[in-house]
Design a protein around this ligand. Sequence first.
Ligand code: FA5
Length: 337
Amino acid sequence: LKERALEQIKEAGTLKELNEVRVAYLGKKGPITDLLKGMGKLPADERPKMGALVNVIRETVTEVLEERLVKLEEQAINEQLEKETIDVTLPGRPARTGNHHPITRVVEEIEDFFISMGFEIAEGPEVEKDYYNFEALNLPKGHPARDMQDSFYISEDILLRTHTSPVQARTMEAKGGEPIKIICPGKVYRRDNDDATHSHQFTQIEGLVIGEDIRMSDLKGTLSLFAKKMFGDEREIRLRPSFFPFTEPSVEMDISCFNCGGDGCNVCKKTGWIEILGAGMVHPNVLKMAGYDPTVVSGFAFGMGPERIAMLKYGVEDIRHFYTNDVRFVSQFHRTE
Ligand code: FA5
């Protein structure tokens, strides 16, 4: 019996098998327990001898079982450690980093340029009063030029601003006759149908300079430097007559095409020039309404759309790419500076 038990203990290769052997020999229904139970039936003089023998068997089996148990446990731990080994020489997974949205980049680049020219940044509400969006800008109710900017009205007198020009009107009113040199970046809203070059929500950056003796040549010089900074030193600008109710005279500014070098291509529609913003000298009525004396001060203003500038700069053919949040698109634009 002992030999058989020891043999089976040796053969048990796992903790489970060893436990089965233990139950089989030492369990309540095992042969050793049977022998001990049967002791009562033996003649009295044989009992001590038999008892000692069975005890030796039991102790030996128990002892060998214990030894085997320690060994198998050790083996199990080693196997597990081996399975879970960490290869510290494996390179780590790179952490994914985000980057600026292309519109944010362009807005920041434009801001940096104008800040370097001494401009300050001003902001205003996106939900705006009709008064600041139109009336204070020489666009009284019923003025036909209001149709140039189809609007989202919230109530009769409140709307989502259609351009950043109301920030001009607010700043002039707040400054009470003092000189001004600001740019105003922000979101604007129009009831335009979305297509490759129009969005119902887009970004604008407004510029306004007010002071004594501010002239059209100041506007031209500032914007010429701006065009070179954004699109390259060889850029020329040209001003074409235009109309905005809040400026007189009004102009639209084109930059020389950077794609074809003037010979004509798809980017400039074969004209050699690309329109990038509207501008002009602040209308005397706008100055008067904000409390400035147009016989003493003058000013220039301009407004541009960073989406259109980003499209030109990065060769993006559809404005909707900026808003659909496709990571493959937005992650292509990295800061270079
Ligand atoms: C204005 O909004 C004037 N407030 C600009 C201005 C300011 C003129 C100060 C004079 C003095 P306009 O409607 O042209 O002008 O819009 C200005 C720019 O916004 C356009 O050149 C264009 O780049 C951009 N823009 C206009 N509509 C959209 C649109 N639906 N989607 C994307 N960009 C647009």
